[in-house]
Design a protein around this ligand. Structure first.
Ligand code: TYD
Length: 206
């Protein structure tokens, strides 16, 4: 049996990732492909419980401790969910993956990229996405979309400068991994965003 494909979705908050992922799931299922949708931080029972701690505004931890927790969640997720699904031919759509650690903890919180790369090299079982979709939307525009009534978690409460650094980090990741990471213009209406993604995803069907 052919292995499934692994697609990750990245971008700052408020870019419309979750809604779009559901549409891509439908598109693939209509083609007869088995799909597993999952997310980070989370994806396993262990990961979801640590996610709650990570997003809790009362949690007070260093950026390095946070990075280690994220990679602990990721390692469990890879072994429990991602690899078994890919091995049985199921495609895995993952809301955030390694690039989020480079963008948020690295470029955003200034954990050295060398340390993060060390974690990627040693604790991700060499599982790199076949395709990464980067929702390209500046922080300024993303903020306008953030629901005014929604209460903010520990990440969403970080400063404008932090999110600007994260966004610029994503741009650097996209340009240095141009074969894997495809930028999608997320200023456009949702339908157009989906069309751009389907265009990239359909290349994996060949
Ligand atoms: P996400 O589930 O995308 O949040 P939401 O559903 O509120 O949009 O991710 C939760 C937060 O975790 C998000 O602010 C980004 C952060 N994060 C990191 O900082 N590093 C990582 O490696 C991952 C996977 C997420």
């Amino acid at each position: 049996m052919n292995k499934g494909k692994f697609i990750s979705f990245e971008g700052i908050e408020g870019v419309g990732k979750s809604t779009t992922i559901k549409k891509i799931q439908n598109y693939l299922q209509e083609k007869g492909i088995e799909v597993c949708c999952t997310r980070e931080p989370g994806g396993t029972e262990f990961g979801e419980s640590i996610r709650n701690i990570l997003l809790d505004n009362n949690t007070n931890i260093t950026a390095e401790s946070e990075s280690l927790l994220l990679f602990s969640i990721r390692n469990q997720h890879i072994n429990e969910i991602i690899i078994p699904n890919l091995d049985k031919g199921t495609w895995v759509l993952c809301d955030r993956y390694i690039d989020a650690s480079i963008a948020y903890q690295g470029y955003g919180k200034k954990v050295s990229l060398e340390k993060i790369n060390l974690l990627i090299e040693n604790f991700t079982e060499k599982i790199i996405p076949d395709l990464t979709i980067f929702f390209d939307l500046s922080y300024e525009l993303a903020m306008k979309r953030f629901p005014k009534t929604k209460s903010k978690d520990r990440f969403e409460n970080l400063s404008d400068k932090f999110f600007d650094d994260v966004y610029n980090g994503y741009l650097k990741i996209a340009s240095s991994n141009a074969n894997r990471v495809k930028k999608v213009d997320s200023k456009l209406p949702l339908e157009d965003v989906c069309t751009q993604i389907i265009n990239e995803v359909s290349k994996l069907l060949k």
